[in-house]
Design a protein around this ligand. Sequence first.
Ligand code: GAR
Length: 223
Amino acid sequence: MSSSRKRVAILISGRGSNMRSLIEAAEDADFPAEIALVLSNRPDAGGLAVAQEAGIATAVVDHKAYPKDRAGFDAAVDEVLREAEIELVCLAGFMRLLTPGFVEGWRDRMINIHPSLLPLFPGLHTHERAIEAGMRLAGCTVHYVRPEMDSGPIIAQASVPIAFDDTPETLAKRVLTVEHEIYPLALALVAAGLARVENERLVIDPSLPLDTTDMLIAPSFGG
Ligand code: GAR
């Protein structure tokens, strides 16, 4: 398996806990992807040190060097990815909107994790909005990236209950535990070629064991 592992870049803006879950999963030689690069738009992103400690190459493309020039920023990111011969991109708490040109250039080769059950609550303050809406369930979604924010064919979702005394912070913590479960699973499916997009919906290879497919729906209901 190791020679055919897909070369993956993880794009981060912050602490990188999802990045860490992907790095840890890829430490298994049987995992179908290797983390070849971690790139941040912020030089002070905490996740950069975590990646370096794990022996992974890091890069910074500081968005502040591209004022009012999103296309220029995206072109610089694209160049770094291509120089590193990246095949798949994982957005993991990467808090920059990407231009349609960049997104189309990585179509079906770029995935994102979002802390809500999309298509509910795209954008920011997801947990606050879920609590305010009186939702009893929250969750997270891994999806292929399309130009519209937090949209695209859904690969994996996980749900957790919302407690009556939850704050956005306590709910965020509970959702994060399942984010760390489904992101490696979704990346493995995509990297192994077991997931693809047809008519803008996910198609899973029929050879996949049923219990793995079950995990796509709800890997955990833990509190
Ligand atoms: C995660 O909760 C991720 O789902 C969210 O940012 C957090 C990053 O945490 N992403 C988005 O909101 C994207 N729209 P992390 O840096 O510890 O992985």
